[in-house]
Design a protein around this ligand. Structure first.
Ligand code: ADP
Ligand code: MG
Length: 267
């Protein structure tokens, strides 16, 4: 089966790293890495603490620059972009950071509204936090319904449970209207049942909207059951990049044997 050339040129990769590395002084957080993630792909990053998962995600959302090599996002080499071009590329990527990054004193709808600040410019964005257009509020209401916390629209964010706050962070990511979602251990602080339901929700939403999803996960079983592609990192290097079916127990053991033992007990 051949793919017409027009298909190829109009569907650039979501992400492409070419020999990309990141150092912090003497520490190699990520060794030179070459990696392609296609549009709409779902990828789980697994590996012990300190293996470079967050660093890799930070290269993918261009919040950290590579110490060597290149990073392409949607076909654009980010080192070649103007500040404005870089802002535009970043606004296509929604990141759910490990500690969610919600403002506890704001109402739920206001935290969701911050998803668009980057693309709106700071002033317009801040104004929206207080005087949101009706259509945008309706959209937020709809998103909260989709993530299962519709009734929390006007609640103070600090009064929500951990699991509900994760859903606020998911709604905020969606409100950004991204092409990709990067989630950094989004379920590390909740019980296994809640963790599974949040991972399922993110996978469903990504499939529904054709979004690329890259998620770092502590829980190997969740990664294996929900992601068609698993990338294992250790010491800043990719140890494997496989489907769950290809991956055997030995690969996991090798990934973790010098890492933290509690990782294997987790979840
Ligand atoms: N801002 C930083 N300054 C110094 N060292 C860092 C920084 N960020 C990460 N590192 C180091 O890089 C390595 C990889 O870290 P990280 O990407 O956070 O791993 P993970 O997310 O898998 O736990 C670790 O040794 C960590 O200490
Ligand atoms: Mg991390």
């Amino acid at each position: 089966m051949s793919v017409p050339p027009s298909e190829i040129s109009t569907t650039p990769n979501a992400f492409r790293l070419e020999g990309s590395s990141r150092r912090y002084d003497q520490i190699v957080a990520l060794a030179p890495t070459t990696l392609t993630i296609a549009r709409g792909e779902r990828v789980a990053l697994v590996g012990p603490s300190g293996s470079g998962k967050t660093t890799l995600l930070s290269l993918l959302n261009a919040t950290v620059t590579a110490s060597s090599g290149s990073v392409e996002i949607s076909g654009a080499d980010i080192a070649q972009l103007s500040p404005r071009g870089l802002r535009a590329v970043r606004s296509q990527i929604a990141t759910i950071p490990q500690h969610l990054g919600l403002v506890p004193n704001l109402r739920v709808w206001q935290n969701v509204a911050t998803g668009r600040i980057g693309g709106r410019g700071l002033l317009g964005g801040l104004r929206d936090l207080f005087l949101l257009p009706k259509a945008a509020l309706a959209e937020i209401h709809h998103l909260l319904d989709r993530v299962g916390i519709e009734e929390k629209l006007y609640a103070r964010t600090s009064q929500l449970s951990g699991g509900q706050q994760q859903r606020v962070a998911v709604a905020r990511a969606l409100f950004q209207n991204p092409q990709a979602i990067l989630a950094d251990e989004p379920v590390s602080s909740v019980d296994p049942a809640r963790a599974a339901s949040l991972v399922e929700l993110l996978c469903e939403l990504a499939a529904e909207r054709g979004l690329t999803l890259v998620m770092s996960l502590h829980n190997l079983e969740l990664a294996r059951t929900h992601f068609p592609r698993l990338i294992g990192l250790r010491g800043g290097r990719i140890q494997f990049d496989q489907t769950p079916a290809e991956l055997d127990a030995a690969a996991f053991e090798k990934l973790y044997d010098l890492g933290e033992k509690e990782m294997l007990r987790d979840g």
